[in-house]
Write a protein that binds this ligand. Sequence first.
Ligand code: GLN
Length: 486
Amino acid sequence: MSIVDLTVHELVEKLEKKELTITEINKAYAERIKEKEPEVGAFISDLSEDALEEAKKIEEKVSNGEIKNENHLAGIPIAIKDNMCVKGTRTTCASKMLENFVAPYDATVIEKLKAENLTFLGKVNMDEFAMGASTEYSALQKTKNPWNLNCVPGGSSGGSAAVVASKMAPWALGSDTGGSIRQPASFCGIVGLKPTYGLVSRYGLVAFASSLDQIGPMTRDVRDNAMLLNLIVGHDEHDSTSIKTEKKDYTKALVNDVKGLKIGLPKEYFGEGINEEVKASIDKVIEKYKELGAEVEECSLDIAEYALATYYIIACAEASSNLGRFDGIRYGYRTKNFKTLKDIYRNSRTEGFGDEVKRRIILGTYVLSSGYYDAYYKKAQQVRTLVRQEFNKAFEKYDLILTPTSPTTAFEIGTKSNNPLEMYLADICTVSINIAGVPAISVPCGTSSKGLPIGFQLIGKHFDEETIYRAAYTYEQNTDFKGLEG
Ligand code: GLN
């Protein structure tokens, strides 16, 4: 077994016992990236050589006591989705608009990781401005699914999922507005959590839809996921939507026991459009939970069928407003082709944004325009309230809700990128969770006959990540899904 095969908690154990050094770990990852990146194409900025230099310094400081390192996380490497600001590095959002933008400050999550002395392997690919479900809408490069190079890694955090699955990083941060952590996690056979809205600061995350965006951990297993969440949560005065909560240690929730836990299965998520193999795999998960003593029963979330439409109205409305700042003057790419001020605005945006981003800006501007506002945006906000209420009602009865993460396994590159509606349907199981603001995780539960990973989703109450982790961990401990070998 080589260093890159180990989970972070295994690395930590070995560092503690002095069976490994910080430099060895970072060196192993720099070498792995050299070997695998040419086929996967996940890094927009490969910083692994810098990480190795940094690792040597950290190792020195740990040995002379300058860094206390009680939790042995100093020098553990991580990869970051390229929509989070890391001071002094490019933060492109996989867009021509920000291709040369160098972040002048650290996002709050990055500051927190730096406080623990993690090293940064690089910034990874995504759909442009996080709009998409396959990472094909990146304006900069293509990323492939390491399980099958003809398939997409999912999206929009496809780069984060691909580097964790292909062992080019032990863990990564992604962001999730409508499924962008969970769906790629499920396509790549890893664990991905979208935390409760407000649990993790969004300061320094380039905004897509501010009332839905959340940063979260993408990892090889559930324990690593809880460990990474521990590092990034917390109130931040720079983000007025971040919540003041008591500090928790999420790893304490990792107990191998689901006896008496009540799990609801909303029938709307198991119907038409869900691939048979995915369904069969989720059925096995349900049987497993029953066998382990959970009480599982069918329930209904009948507002769910409106969630996708609601999501695309709200997300596009917010995006059209958030992306207004990229005009070639205040922020972003500036056209060379102009005579008047108006030319600068028009041509910078025309040349700087890709088709999908433009589609959303147009849609969002439309639903917010006077005359259409009441019919679309206001209606969507009203439905949003109903979705929240329906989740709250379900949670009076159940501790968790279980669904597939995605209706299909990873699809082939090129099969949906010209059909936006089909691409939007890839999120049918995940978007309602962001609308309600509740937390949810995707956990791998098997592979299809074509050898592609399948994931299931566990949804919890607001700020009850612990119950999600407990159930996810119990499943993991009692089954034997293996990540990608080799
Ligand atoms: N695929 C969804 C979209 O395109 C979700 C994106 C996300 O979560 N960032 O909007």
